[in-house]
Design a protein around this ligand. Structure first.
Ligand code: FE2
Length: 369
């Protein structure tokens, strides 16, 4: 429900997120901050709890400590980390080429390349990969991952529903990225090279079935249509920003599907007006659980470990703490630049955390406390 009926009561700034002063601004937002909203101006820090009892809690995971079976075994698979009925987020650390081809009959896949280079051999043709790439593989496409070296790290997002780009509305045809930056494969028939038999592993309802062929499964001489694998790199995403207002995460959306959105927070200048809030305020993103991967960069010059994954569930406050906010205000520079590179998956249904990942919970880095 969209409404333009807004009230202001008590001690509030003239404009939300500007001139907040000593109060603690807290946003209670529907529909991932694109729906109805309340700004609440607290006297105390909303995340200043003494302890939490019960299942609702934020998770801070050092994904570098996760060891998916594909890290050491070429026949291994990614490790499912976070999931609900609409979407699952897995970590793949594949160190050797897949000795089989694979086809996901459960849903669309988006690989985000955190580390490593190599090739996705697809039946549409090859797609080379490098850090910062999104490799989008529609449900049903046959492919194989062939890394160049052993050190690879992918976040694999699997969606039950079809993944699409959001509608960027009035931003025109070239923002936040020029659609022509999207790369699609050129067809390439691969040679047998003496091999007698090829295995195709089909995943359906999370179970694998192997189908064997006496010829190479990547034998497509040509293709046409509007369903295809593709890639694009985050460097080609040019974030929408306002110099005078910190904009909500919804403006940084890159993919959407039923039940979740993917937003990427990419490098940009900080808001330059002195009393404009730069640090995201406390919030309850009450219709979404948030899963964040720290890909690269810093938080206003402070180190954030690459590979950290943070889960912030619906209902419980999050936001950078008062200590950080005071530090940021004390060190304010007009020409500050945010060099962060964060990949954020906002999920409507509550996210479950697999036992393997619960065992890898790490201390929140001091900068994020
Ligand atoms: Fe958030």
């Amino acid at each position: 429900m969209k409404s333009w009926i807004h009230f202001s009561k008590g001690q509030v700034p003239h404009q939300a997120h500007v001139g907040v002063g000593e109060l603690k601004e807290d946003e209670l937002g529907r529909q991932g901050f694109s729906g109805r909203v309340a700004e609440l101006y607290h006297v105390n820090e909303p995340t200043g709890w003494t302890r939490i009892e019960g299942p609702l809690r934020p998770w801070d995971v050092d994904s570098n400590k996760l060891t998916p079976s594909d890290q050491d075994d070429p026949r291994g698979v990614p490790l499912k980390a976070f999931y609900n009925a609409d979407v699952s987020i897995a970590i793949s650390r594949r160190s050797a080429p897949m000795p089989y081809y694979v086809r996901n009959a459960d849903g669309d896949e988006i690989y985000f390349i955190h580390r490593g280079t190599g090739t996705f051999e697809t039946e549409f043709g090859p797609l080379a990969y490098e850090p910062g790439d999104y490799i989008a593989l529609p449900k049903g496409v046959t492919y194989r991952v062939v890394p160049d070296g052993a050190d690879n790290f992918f976040m694999l997002i699997e969606s039950v529903a079809e993944v699409e780009f959001p509608d960027y509305g009035g931003l025109g045809r070239h923002a936040p990225f020029d659609p022509a930056v999207i790369q699609v494969p050129e067809p390439q028939v691969l040679e047998a090279n003496g091999q007698q038999e090829w295995e195709l592993r089909i995943k359906r309802e999370s179970e694998y079935t192997s189908v064997y062929y006496p010829f190479h499964p990547l034998d497509v001489a040509g293709w046409k249509g509007d369903l295809f694998p593709f890639k694009m790199n985050i460097r080609d995403y040019r974030p929408i920003m306002s110099d005078r207002l910190h904009l909500p995460p919804s403006v940084h959306c890159i993919f959407q599907a039923k039940g979740f959105v993917v937003c990427n927070f990419m490098p940009r200048p900080a808001e330059s007006e002195r009393d404009v809030e730069r640090v995201p305020w406390y919030h309850r993103n009450i219709d979404y659980d948030e899963v964040v991967l720290v890909h690269a960069g810093t938080l206003l010059g402070l180190e954030v470990p690459p590979g950290m994954m943070l889960v912030n569930p619906q209902g419980i406050h999050h936001g950078l703490g008062e200590e950080f906010r005071q530090w940021e205000k004390a060190n304010w520079r007009k020409d500050e630049y945010f060099d962060w590179q964060l990949i954020n998956v906002d999920c409507e249904r509550p996210i479950k955390v697999t036992p393997e990942v619960q065992a890898a919970v790490s201390e929140k880095p001091p900068v994020l406390k």
